[in-house]
Design a protein around this ligand. Structure first.
Ligand code: SAM
Ligand code: SF4
Ligand code: SF4
Length: 351
């Protein structure tokens, strides 16, 4: 029997929603807080030098603990799992965890987000383990811009061969995430689209977000998606297409000449909190209900002090039932000009 067909556990059948009527549908799992890149918009080099103290192995959830949380969440109705980080492929046993997550009955989407540097080494193993698809972050095809946007750590050729390896392994459709920053890579968006047009890969332009408090975010660095769309439309006309599923964050478009699909994630200028069904668990086992959270709920402590699955389920459910997060909808210039100093960083929480 194919690994993908051997499902274990109980599929979620407990329908419940948060205080704003949103179900808990997705769980994003940050495997580790370390990264081999230092993208300035996420983990600026100056603040994350070689001697920065990342979580120790014992502070991070083990794969057994991650699997328990995921299986409880799936029992509560979560159907989509995403493994992320930090850089998830820095965990050399990532494929074995993916295999366990793939075995959970009720999971209809299992994906992983990576910067792609190590993807050619892992793609086939991940696919064999039951991963369905990958998202690869690649901000520009211009060598110097890409290098700068990875904190001088990235190698475009390696990322592109990682994407090829993922395609060969059947991890499609591959989504290519491009964070657009004004004055940094916004003049290279047509080049990256030109490269991927005509393939099954879907380029998605993401507005630079005010996540965390270390990336020097300001509104003038955000290129609104409508502006990117206008530039693209002038070169290759596109038309909007509907969502694949309720709660999908990207707005989808197709090239009118049949050369494929692209998308926009416009958290800053067109917030989508109304349909946000995502919970996140950080590498140290903290549960967050919003990307812009300042605090979360410690699951590691109950996991390590003998709590049963039913008790973990109660915690998840109680937190979700009270959830009122809608940061992007209530974001105001005065709150973003002076970002809260304790907003949790994205690489910790899991992007
Ligand atoms: N290291 C992996 C990667 O880069 O794909 C996974 C983790 S990373 C935090 C997940 C996603 O968050 C990436 O696509 C990255 O570009 C995006 N991201 C990080 N900081 C961001 C920011 N300030 N605004 C928008 N997107 C951001
Ligand atoms: Fe690392 Fe991803 Fe953050 Fe870049 S965006 S520093 S690759 S975690
Ligand atoms: Fe979801 Fe929070 Fe983002 Fe709104 S701001 S879409 S609630 S993660």
């Amino acid at each position: 029997m194919n690994r993908k067909d051997q499902k274990t556990g109980n599929a979620g059948d407990v329908a419940f929603s948060d205080a704003l009527g949103r179900p808990m549908q997705d769980l994003r799992i940050s495997l580790l807080d370390r990264c081999n890149f230092r993208c300035p918009y996420c983990m600026p080099e100056a603040q994350y030098s070689e001697d920065y103290q990342f979580l120790s192995k014992s502070a991070r959830l083990s794969h057994d603990e991650i699997f328990r949380v995921a299986s409880v969440a799936v029992g509560l109705g979560v159907t989509k799992l995403r493994v992320t980080g930090g850089e998830p492929l820095l965990d050399r046993n990532v494929a074995s965890l993916v295999g366990r997550l793939a075995s959970l009955q009720g999971v209809d989407d299992l994906a992983l987000t990576t910067n792609g540097m190590l993807l050619s080494l892992f793609a086939q193993r991940l696919a064999d383990a039951g991963l369905k698809r990958v998202t690869v972050s690649l901000d520009s095809l211009d060598k110097d811009i890409f290098s700068a946007m990875s904190g001088n750590r990235g190698d475009i050729a390696r990322v592109l061969s990682g994407i090829e390896a993922a395609e060969k392994a059947g991890l499609s459709p591959i989504k290519v995430n491009v964070v657009v920053q004004r004055g940094v890579n916004d003049h290279t968006i047509l080049d990256i689209l030109d490269y991927f047009r005509g393939t099954s890969h879907i380029v998605r332009f993401i507005e630079f977000m005010d996540v965390g408090s270390r990336n020097g975010w300001s509104m003038d660095q955000v290129v609104p998606s409508r502006e990117v769309l206008a530039t693209i439309h002038a070169r290759w006309p596109v038309r909007a297409v509907g969502r694949n599923y309720p709660g999908e964050v990207a707005r989808r478009y197709q090239f009118l000449d049949g050369q494929g699909e692209l998308g926009f994630i416009s958290s800053v200028t067109e917030p989508f909190c109304g349909s946000c069904s995502r919970a996140r668990i950080s590498a140290d086992g903290t549960l967050y209900t919003c990307l812009f959270a300042t605090e979360g709920i410690n699951l590691r402590e109950p996991l390590r002090s003998g709590a049963g699955d039913d008790e973990i389920a109660e915690i998840l459910k109680a937190v979700w039932l009270k959830r009122e997060d809608r940061y992007s909808e209530i974001r105001r210039p005065e709150t973003v000009e002076k970002p809260l100093v304790n907003k949790v960083e994205m690489y910790r929480m899991g992007g």
